[in-house]
Design a protein around this ligand. Structure first.
Ligand SMILES: N[C@@H](Cc1ccccc1)C(=O)N[C@@H](Cc1ccccc1)C(=O)O
Length: 758
């Protein structure tokens, strides 16, 4: 176990404070007869006692915890539910393009994890955690309601055509809503976990650790339910004048959940242990750090004796306790420097891994999984793995006599995340084997479709000779390293035509019933998005046709691609009184051209020919389960432990600040994802996965070295000890300060300063 006896710890052990191992947390904690309250002034101690008496317990847990975990469940439902439909709202309601929609989405997520700093400062320096949670939850709920209102298209749809008439209004309102939500969700995030921790008393350290696991379970139960429910709500149709996708319901339910979350939190108000902030702590911290730096600079000459820690240069002016607390926080924040790399990998499961899933098959026999639904595997695994880890794995490791301290757990968590990316790379290699051979930027690809009544001999200069039967196509795309081609058809007389192909593109040459008007159409050159199928029709019938959900199609013409979902789809082809129904079952990620023959109506649509432009995805989405399993194991070891660690190692008055520091590592991780996406990618996706895995292994090695030198502390014990020391030596301290002030004036330093290291 990593514990080093610093002077204070040594002093503490001498003061009959036996060191006891709390195996569950893996942190050495100090049992103490001197509680922080014991060294407080009498009135303050009475107040604390009063507060502690009030906390009712159930099975060893404070009852107030119930309100906090329910509050967290509702809040996470609200947050993840809103997030699940946000990009679709940008894309299909505000009609933004893909790039703008995803950039604003990621910027919003990054903002949500930057605002915790603001919430923590407000809580620890000004309002206290309880009031901060209440006020910022109100801001959050207002944001959610604003967002829901912004999605009601009828507000500005004065001509009742089903689309909003004033987009500026909807954009402005939704941006205001999102800013309020980011302020609210981020602001309360560091406070809720820390406030939950504050409810526990000295004798409940085991329950305190279980609390963080239960807290994490509630987060994931809330997020799982909402990511399943809100997309279903969105898919409903609603509206006053015209029926549209029901965004108001999809955003409205999260808004209601946020209001419930606030009400539940307020309902528990009489039961909470509320710790008031000890003045403007953040301002004092900044001033103290500033003074230490300035003072160190002033005494840079070698004639001044060195001090153990650079913060000790604030000793002349600032309280020993404050200096010790700052040292504790800085030590942990320093340790956090490598952590964003974990989140950089973790957050890619929402982007890169979902994209990977779009190139796979989600047919699980009894049910179909859409690519973006694969993400729900994470909270499902969390719900099963946290109890297994807590009840089985960690106790087992402990029984084997292995020391699995929090920082070791976090390192192992990082390594799990790295192996998850190796697994993703292996899956990618399998997928790449099945992907079509798309043209490089200098190549062009061509396919030929024959809608002529007889088999045709097609020559594409200089050397391609094809024999294509009527209503048939060339076997696959032909790749050219030049763009200009000449096509010759051997009909009753030879027809020759020159074409210029698109560089880096895929095209089909359509030879209609009148071959002299043969023409090129552009094909998709990537897998259709979201695992959908791209389909189009070529009309070989003699007159205009109407096809369900497509525009009318002229004879010999080709429709644009339409995206259809997996499963059985029906199309009705109609011309005047004549019609027939055409059904096809689709898989994932394929592309087809359907050739409508002259006999379409007489054959009851049976004669329609299917040309497969791109094969359906064949690698199964189940292959992603190992990588999800590995990253979730990593998350349980890294994230749940990090949450506990940030609470346990923070001084009492800076718990929210350290929680915010922890959340900031996630914000930085998200920003790294954005930068990497912008800077560009490696040519092969699997190579990028391996690169990320290697980077995380390197970072985890650095982290384990830093962790080796970290000393676990019990902040409450140290604070109590310093308070005690201060209480015993006020005069001595006063004298020391006076001497040092004089010394500063004379610009002489003949006397060293006694230092205390935490
Ligand atoms: N496992 C995630 C929740 C999740 C739900 C659905 C899809 C993906 C993820 C989780 O527990 N998140 C926690 C902790 C966290 C994780 C990342 C960044 C900040 C916090 C949460 O509080 O949301």
């Amino acid at each position: 176990m990593l514990i080093r006896h610093t002077p204070v710890l040594a002093a503490l052990t001498q003061l009959s404070c036996p060191v006891q191992v709390f195996p569950h947390a893996g942190i050495q904690q100090l049992t103490h007869t001197h509680t922080p309250a014991a060294s407080m002034p009498d009135e303050k101690m009475d107040e604390t006692k009063k507060k502690k008496k009030k906390t009712a317990e159930c099975c060893g847990y404070p009852i107030s915890i119930f309100f906090i975990v329910v509050n967290e469940f509702c809040e996470r439902f609200s947050y993840y539910g809103m997030r699940a439909v946000l990009v679709l709202y940008f894309r299909y309601f505000l009609l933004w393009d893909d790039d703008l929609a995803t950039s604003i989405y990621h910027a919003f997520v990054a903002l949500c994890y930057l605002t915790p700093i603001l919430g923590a400062i407000i809580a620890d320096s000004w309002l206290g955690k309880f009031k901060t949670i209440i006020y910022l939850s109100i801001v959050y709920a207002i944001g959610q309601v604003t967002m829901a209102v912004s999605t009601i298209h009828d507000i500005t749809d004065s001509n009742r055509d089903g689309t909003p008439d004033n987009f500026t209004f909807h954009i402005a309102l939704s941006m205001l809503g999102l800013i309020l939500i980011a302020l609210g969700t981020g602001g309360i995030k560091p406070c809720v976990a820390a406030f939950g921790g504050d409810q526990f008393q000295e004798h409940q350290s085991r329950q305190l650790n279980t609390f963080f696991s239960v807290f994490y379970l509630c987060i994931n139960a809330g997020s799982l339910l909402s990511t399943l429910i809100t997309p279903v709500l969105r898919a409903q149709e609603c509206g006053i004048h015209t029926q549209q996708q029901c965004y108001p319901l999809a955003f409205g339910v999260p808004a209601v959940l946020m209001v419930i979350s606030l009400v539940v939190f307020i309902a528990g108000s009489g039961m909470y242990v509320k710790t008031d902030p000890e003045g403007n702590i953040m301002w004092s911290v900044c001033k103290c750090i500033g003074f230490a730096i300035r003072n160190r600079f002033r005494h840079r000459s070698s004639s001044y004796p060195k001090r153990e820690h650079w913060m000790d240069w604030a000793d002349e002016k600032y309280d020993k306790l404050l200096i010790a607390q700052i040292k504790m926080v800085l030590k942990v924040l320093f340790l956090y420097i490598p952590l964003p790399m974990f989140w950089t990998l973790f957050d890619q499961k929402g982007s890169r891994w979902t994209l990977q899933a779009t190139t796979m098959s989600g047919d699980f026999g009894g049910f179909i999984l859409q690519p973006d639904q694969m993400q729900t595997v994470n909270p499902i695994l969390i719900l099963t793995m946290v109890p297994i880890m807590d009840r089985l794995i960690f106790p087992l490791i402990q029984k084997c006599g292995l020391n699995f301290s929090p920082l070791k757990r976090m390192t192992v968590g990082m390594l799990f995340a790295a192996t998850a990316f190796v697994s993703a790379a292996l899956v990618q290699i399998e997928i790449d084997k099945t992907l079509p051979n798309f043209p490089s930027s200098s190549e062009s690809q061509l396919k030929v479709v024959n809608m002529y009544s007889t088999t045709l001999n097609v020559t594409i200069s200089p050397s391609e000779h094809l024999l294509i039967e009527s209503y048939g196509s060339s076997a696959d795309y032909i790749t050219f390293d030049h763009q200009d081609i000449t096509v010759s058809l051997n009909t009753s007389n030879v027809i020759t035509k020159a074409f210029s192909l698109i560089k880096g593109g895929r095209q089909t040459l359509i030879i209609p019933s009148d071959p002299t008007v043969m023409y090129l159409v552009e094909d998709t050159k990537s897998k259709p998005r979201e695992g959908k199928n791209a389909i189009r029709f070529v009309n070989g019938w003699t007159a205009d046709l109407n096809i369900t959900n497509l525009d009318s199609i002229e004879p010999s013409a080709t429709t644009n691609y339409t995206l259809v979902n997996q499963g059985k789809r029906d199309f009705v082809l109609r011309h005047g009184e004549q019609w027939c129904e055409f059904s096809r079952k689709f898989g994932f990620g394929a592309s087809y051209t359907f050739l409508i023959t002259e006999a379409v109506f007489s054959s009851d649509c049976e004669s329609i020919v299917e040309v497969e432009d791109m094969k359906p995805n064949s690698v199964h989405m189940a292959l992603q389960i190992p990588q999800y399993f590995l990253i979730t194991t990593g998350e349980v070891m890294f994230s749940v432990t990090g949450l506990q660690f940030s609470y346990s190692q923070a001084p009492k008055n800076m718990k929210s600040v350290l929680q915010a520091g922890w959340l900031c590592t996630n914000a930085v991780g998200n920003i790294i994802v954005l930068i990497v996406a912008e800077i560009g990618k490696l040519p092969k996706q699997w190579a990028e996965y391996v690169l990320f895995a290697s980077l995380l292994v390197a970072v985890s090695i650095i982290f384990s070295i830093m962790a080796y030198f970290y000393t676990y502390i019990d902040p409450a014990e140290i604070e109590a000890q310093i308070r005690k020391e201060q209480g015993l030596e006020p005069e001595e301290k006063e004298k020391e300060k006076e001497t040092l002030e004089m010394e500063e004036k004379d610009q002489k330093n003949e006397q060293g300063v006694k230092q205390t290291k935490i």
